[in-house]
Design a protein around this ligand. Structure first.
Ligand SMILES: [Zn+2]
Length: 182
């Protein structure tokens, strides 16, 4: 099996004895956003990245907050902070960060983590000590079926911050991409 790490191709002799060299880049992983492909903010598409100028086979098309007129960037330029540095760009709204969350974590969410499109903007959520991992938008009906009080309360709280004061049973109205969404 070939092992890829960034741009460094790993050379390995395959079982026919022919030396193989692979130059494909493995997608970077993001600590707080595990499945950007599943989310759709990173898509499999050949493009020239407007930041690094490289020909890439994946591109990010989610929100980019910058004064520069760009609509996409490669995931590698997000992961290593190049896009944020070159364009003074951020990818997520980070505010009301609890005092126990280290500053470098908030910076990572803001500048080196993909964002996602949603109804109310992509405000990141935090626990008291750390950023939460973005797993996708909430399916309210599924949440009610799971019947986990802590999760339900967290969602109701998030809605109340948007001045939506719903009883728990109304969470079934929450669907990905809907209004409201969490
Ligand atoms: Zn790039």
């Amino acid at each position: 099996m070939l092992d890829f790490e960034g741009d460094e191709a790993t050379r390995q002799i395959n079982n026919t004895g022919i030396e193989m060299t692979a130059y494909e880049d493995r997608l970077p992983s993001f600590t707080y956003f595990w499945d950007p492909l599943g989310n759709g903010c990173i898509v499999h598409k050949e493009e020239i990245c407007p930041c690094c100028g490289r020909h890439r086979d994946h591109i990010y098309t989610g929100p980019i907050y910058t004064t520069v007129d760009v609509e996409m960037v490669c995931p590698w330029c997000i992961a290593d902070g190049t896009a944020a540095a070159n364009w003074s760009a951020s990818f997520n709204d980070v505010y009301d960060v609890p005092p126990g969350v280290p500053q470098h974590v908030a910076r990572e969410i803001e500048t080196r983590t993909p964002g996602y499109d949603s109804w109310q903007g992509n405000r990141w959520l935090f626990s008291q000590q750390d950023a939460l991992v973005f797993l996708g938008e909430v399916h309210g009906a599924k949440l009610l079926e799971e019947s986990k009080a802590g999760k339900i309360e967290a969602c109701l709280k998030a809605l109340r911050e948007w001045r939506i004061d719903w009883p728990a049973e109304d969470l079934k109205r929450v669907v990905p991409g809907g209004q409201a969404a969490i």
